[in-house]
Design a protein around this ligand. Structure first.
Ligand SMILES: NC(=O)c1ccc[n+]([C@@H]2O[C@H](COP(=O)([O-])OP(=O)(O)OC[C@H]3O[C@@H](n4cnc5c(N)ncnc54)[C@H](OP(=O)(O)O)[C@@H]3O)[C@@H](O)[C@H]2O)c1
Length: 288
């Protein structure tokens, strides 16, 4: 039995991804959510549409929750065929929390939480598995060009773009961002203030490094990781300002989740309309 898992599936783009996978994927689809009540409510909604997702609790900020879910999947299915890392947070543009708080909080979920989940699940991927990480147009490397200290910003950008970037280098850069926001000198050090952008740049860089180094985690053939920009979508995160429906916003993720055997599309930055974008040099197409 094949199995797919979507994180943060109770609402927004995650719900759209679960809905589409229920229709297109020949296997069990797990809608996961940190809150069982919200999760089960979403499952009931999809069931009322004639679909049949399964549910499990999963909070990507909880090591115990990640380990419990991993054990459950291993015991029941002996591995995983599709993993969509959709769960994420964003402070509102008008948020009044200091940059240091926004940086620590946002990276904790979007970078460290996602990374912990990945590190636990990569070893149990089955041959031909597909992993999709929800990045954003905000996760384009060129967003770092908005930095104040251009010289130091370029050094950071070059490190992130490097083919030799390691997980340790990347973790160090993400830690450095949070530390410099706490010290109040992140702009002098070449960073930008928008923590969401940095968190998504981190996820995109992570996707590239993990694809390159996938053999360190799992020797199964044809394992593929990609990172996507879903478009500007009508969800709680965007205060419903995005023009795209959640089903439309799910398209690039579903495309990446269902890439055919032996695809060449690996470690790629996939836009909402499924075109491939050069993450390092761009150009980036319109956001929607
Ligand atoms: N909407 C856009 O235009 C847009 C554009 C680019 C990228 N994205 C990315 O797409 C993804 C989905 O965004 P969205 O707009 O659908 O956001 P959303 O409506 O705010 O939904 C976010 C989902 O993530 C879940 N989540 C947050 N923290 C979690 C945790 N610790 N463990 C498990 N689940 C957690 C939320 O659960 P709760 O309901 O419990 O809070 C919710 O289910 C995010 O990664 C986002 O950054 C969105």
């Amino acid at each position: 039995m094949k199995v797919a898992v979507v994180t943060g599936g109770n609402k927004g783009i995650g719900l759209g991804i679960v809905r589409a996978l229920c229709k297109k994927f020949d296997g069990v689809v797990y809608l996961t959510a940190r809150d069982p009540e919200r999760g089960n409510k979403a499952v009931e909604k999809l069931k009322s549409e004639g679909l049949n997702p399964s549910f499990h609790t999963l909070d990507i900020l909880s090591t115990q929750s990640i380990l419990d879910f991993k054990k459950y999947i291993l015991d029941k299915y002996e591995g995983l065929d599709i993993l969509v890392n959709n769960a994420g947070i964003a402070f509102k543009v008008a948020a009044t929390e200091p940059v240091a708080v926004q940086a620590k909080t946002t990276l904790r979920t979007n970078y460290w939480g996602t990374k912990e989940l990945l590190e636990n699940f990569l070893p149990i991927l089955k041959p031909g598995a597909r992993v999709v990480n929800l990045s954003s147009s905000c996760g384009f490397l060129g967003k770092l060009d908005n930095c104040v200290n251009k010289e130091k910003g370029k050094i950071i950008k070059d490190k992130l773009a490097s083919e030799a970037l390691t997980i340790e280098d990347l973790d160090g850069l993400m830690e450095n961002y949070v530390d410099t926001t706490a010290a109040g000198n992140h702009e002098e050090q070449g960073w930008i203030s928008d923590s969401y952008n940095v968190s998504k740049i981190g996820i995109s860089a992570l996707s590239r490094v993990l694809q390159r180094d996938i053999g360190k985690y799992n020797s199964a053939p044809d394992l593929v990781l990609n990172h996507v920009h879903p478009g500007y979508v009508d969800t709680d995160m965007t205060s419903h300002k995005g023009p795209l429906s959640i089903d439309r916003g799910a398209e690039s993720s579903v495309y990446a989740a269902l890439l055919p055997p032996n695809t060449d599309i690996k470690g790629a930055y996939i836009w909402h309309d499924c075109q491939l974008v050069d993450w390092v040099n761009g150009p980036t197409p319109p956001m929607t």
